[in-house]
Design a protein around this ligand. Structure first.
Ligand code: HEM
Length: 451
């Protein structure tokens, strides 16, 4: 055994998770049932080694260590997940940049997401939340996937890239993003490059959608420039941004930044809305409590953005839904130097994964962990939740810039849905969990029933 420096405990090798098989290691379990696999890892240790084919990957399983990972400068955004994202969406956007470029890009986009910037988006969020419920007729079947995508993309596009021309574009963005996300996950988990070059209908559809996404972004940027207008929004901030030397940032970076904001901003919110619709259908008692709270706050008029602050219970319902059904279920980092986590040795270059899904459902952190209980977020009970056991937007320098923006729209949409309708799942609806870049129901279909 190596002698220990005084006061510095020797770093241990993390235990290897059980259940690996020759050649594939733990890969087959991760592909077959990733949520169950990730959820059981804590039984093997706080940090565990996984074998994915020939590669060793480290998994972090406790809330405290996920916080330590996210807050440490020893880890960056890199690894296979990010590389495949870059290949499709661009290399110069904020979601995949590191170091000084990332810090500069965050400074550019942050003002558009600050708490005091959100009220300026209030009327658009309000309009879109009510337009969603008004599109639906009682008794008809709602395709929750396309409807949730639609409202999420429209809100992100209209609030952040303002302009009247956005309405038609928001529709095209919906179609393009939904298709791109579907295809992207397949390309990430089954990285068989040549397979995706074959002239198959699915590949053609994916390529068309990806090309249209990039074309749309170019059109949005070109049109804003041609208009000569500079509204106070995120797009103006991106167009006016300068680099470390004070020079305007390049065209490619502007383009990749718009893509890097629209893509994480649509599928995450859309998936969360699908789970909220599912919750409203499956827990009518909770839907009624939301309706009661909204009516107490509004006195029966349509819910407005300004009401959101008073909708404490509705907010807790959204948080609890995000706890049990988080859109972002897996996150990864790469160690940039030899380092440690929880007393375990992590070598430079190691890829580390953790699952917010596993962390947020862990019985060690939550009493009656699988029960839908929005009251666990009441002030006198929230203190029982361990630190970092509920960080759906992450923490540290990669924390989602859009936490306030997202919570405001999700609370408003939930309030608008629950006051206008009750929901029932219809025959043929498939509410099983679909694991992709985000988690969402396979094909949720509900029927709105007028209140
Ligand atoms: C990053 C979650 C909505 C833009 C992240 C991260 C999480 C997250 C967990 C950190 C990823 C990591 O640590 O590796 C969510 C959830 C959302 C949501 C749960 C909604 C329910 C949005 C929206 C936007 C957005 C609406 C923009 C309109 C971004 C961007 C990043 C990010 C640009 C990258 C930040 C960086 O790397 O510095 N999001 N997000 N997100 N999110 Fe969100």
């Amino acid at each position: 055994m190596k002698p220990e420096a005084p006061g510095v405990p020797e770093l241990r090798e993390p235990p290897r998770a059980g259940g690996g098989v020759p050649v594939l290691g733990h890969g087959w379990k991760l592909v077959r049932d990733p949520l169950a696999f990730m959820s059981r890892l804590r039984d093997h240790g706080d940090v565990v080694r996984l074998k994915l084919g020939p590669k060793t990957v480290y998994a972090v399983t406790t809330p405290a260590l996920t916080g330590a990972l996210a807050l440490s400068n020893d880890f960056i955004i890199a690894g296979p997940l990010w590389e495949s994202l870059e290949g499709l969406l661009g290399k110069e956007g904020v979601a995949t940049a590191n170091g000084p470029r990332h810090r500069r890009q965050r400074r550019t986009i942050q003002p558009a997401f600050r708490l005091d910037a959100i009220p300026a988006y209030g009327s658009i969020m309000e309009e879109e939340a009510h337009a969603l419920t008004e599109r639906w007729k009682p008794g008809e079947t709602i395709d929750c996937t396309s409807e949730s995508f639609r409202v999420a993309v429209r809100i992100a596009a209209r609030c952040l890239l303002r302009g009247d021309y956005m309405d038609e574009r928001a529709e095209r963005l919906c179609v393009a993003l939904a298709t791109v996300f579907r295809g992207m996950y397949r390309r990430m988990v089954v990285p068989l490059g040549p397979l995706y070059k074959l002239p198959l209908p699915a590949n053609r559809e994916f390529n068309r959608a990806l090309a249209d996404l990039h074309l749309l972004v170019d059109e949005i940027v070109a049109e804003r420039r041609a208009s000569g207008q500079k509204p106070d929004d995120l797009l103006t901030a991106l167009l006016e941004a300068t680099d470390e030397n004070g020079d305007p940032i390049g065209e490619q970076e502007i383009h990749d930044q718009v893509v890097a904001i629209l893509t994480p901003g649509s599928e995450t919110v859309a998936s969360t809305i699908m789970w909220l619709l599912h919750m409203l259908a499956e827990h009518p008692e909770h839907a009624d409590r939301v309706r009661d709270e909204v009516e107490a706050v509004t006195g029966g008029r349509p819910v407005a953005f300004a009401d959101v602050r008073g909708l404490r219970h509705t907010n807790n319902v959204v948080v609890e839904s995000m706890r049990l059904s988080p859109a972002v279920w897996i996150l990864t980092r790469r160690a940039v130097r030899d380092t440690e986590l929880g007393g375990y040795r992590i070598p430079a270059g190691a890829d580390i994964v953790y699952s917010p899904y596993a962390i947020q459902r862990d019985p060690k952190s939550y009493a009656r962990n699988l029960e839908f209980d929005p009251d666990r977020w009441l002030p006198d009970r929230v203190k029982d939740v361990p630190k970092h056991a509920m960080s759906p937007f992450s923490v540290g320098n990669r924390k989602c810039p859009s936490d306030h923006f997202s919570m405001a729209q999700l609370t408003l949409i939930t309030a608008a849905l629950a006051t206008k309708y009750r929901f029932e799942q219809v025959a043929g609806s498939n509410d099983g969990t679909r694991v992709g870049i985000t988690l969402r129901p396979h094909d949720l279909r509900v029927r709105p029933v007028a209140r």
